[in-house]
Design a protein around this ligand. Structure first.
Ligand code: NAD
Length: 257
């Protein structure tokens, strides 16, 4: 039994990749609001700094680290720095990702498939591995969270590379969950539905897409980055101590309609 609030993250250190924008910034805001120290990892230094300035208003320590997660050595160095500067890492949100250019399947070349899978899967593999190494060395457990997608379960027309990368990510996370449970390290995947972020600006600007998809969302609105604040707090905190190897679908009921 845990003492105190199940959702108090004071003293907890979280790393969020792609934490300067969209869903990742939603995760980071939730964690910071709950008292955690947060390390925002992203490619764009200016956006990292802007996110860090906002997150610092919640009172915890905030570290912004520039890193291209597709570069293995940069990821290794980033986790080394985060652990050294913040003292430890208790949770890691592997969230940086890319969408694919919605090209018909037969016109999609291998380079495009590899562009998507190399970030959503290969880079996620390296990030999860480096976070797990820090947690194993600490010997106090931890929580790994990967942002997958509803697309991994349903498939998306003209989205085969993206859907495949996210399905692979879920399988990887489940395998990590089973292997590392004995060390107190949990691993789960979050599956957003359609969320208003820079990534979906193109699709949302398309009338036909909005007219077809919006009526199929039972809660009657698109997802927002703020919908992911509480998800992050739950998955980072002792409230989810028995929750591992799972997918959390956050889609406003879209998949059930
Ligand atoms: P976003 O564009 O706001 O965020 C993507 C983040 O990933 C950005 O911070 C970007 O800088 C970062 N990133 C991309 N390539 C990187 C690299 N090489 N190195 C470091 N950082 C990199 O979009 P978002 O919608 O918030 O996406 C976040 C995650 O959510 C992604 O993994 C995406 O696939 C997933 N997702 C989004 C939706 C949606 O509807 N928006 C739905 C399902 C899943």
């Amino acid at each position: 039994m845990t003492e105190g609030s199940l959702f108090d993250l004071t003293g907890h250190v979280a790393v969020v990749t792609g934490g300067n924008s969209g869903i990742g910034l939603g995760f980071a805001r939730g964690l910071a609001r709950a008292g955690a120290d947060v390390c925002v990892v992203g490619r764009d230094t200016e956006r990292n700094e802007a996110a860090a300035a906002e997150l610092s208003t919640f009172g915890g320590r905030v570290l912004a680290l520039s890193c291209d997660v597709s570069e293995e050595q940069q990821v290794i160095d980033t986790f080394g720095r985060a652990a050294a500067e913040l003292g430890r890492i208790d949770s890691c949100f592997v969230n940086a990702g890319v969408s694919q250019g919605f090209i018909p399947f037969v016109e999609t070349d291998l380079a495009e498939f590899r562009r998507v899978t190399s970030l959503n899967l290969d880079a996620a593999f390296v990030t999860l591995r480096e976070a797990a190494k820090v947690m194993l060395a600490q010997g106090e457990g931890g929580s790994l969270v990967a942002t997958a997608s509803l697309a991994a379960q349903q498939g998306v027309p003209r989205g085969q590379s993206y859907a495949a990368s996210k399905a692979g990510l879920i399988a990887m996370v489940n395998s990590i969950a089973v292997e590392l449970a004995k060390h107190g390290i949990r691993a789960n995947s979050v599956l957003p539905g359609w969320v208003e972020t820079p990534m979906t600006e193109g699709a949302f600007a398309w009338d036909r897409f909005r007219e077809r998809v919006h009526p199929r969302i039972p809660v009657r609105r698109w997802g927002l980055p703020s919908d992911f604040e509480s998800v992050a707090v739950y998955l980072a905190s002792p409230a989810s101590a028995y929750h591992t190897g799972d997918t959390l679908l956050i889609d406003g009921g879209y998949s059930k309609f």
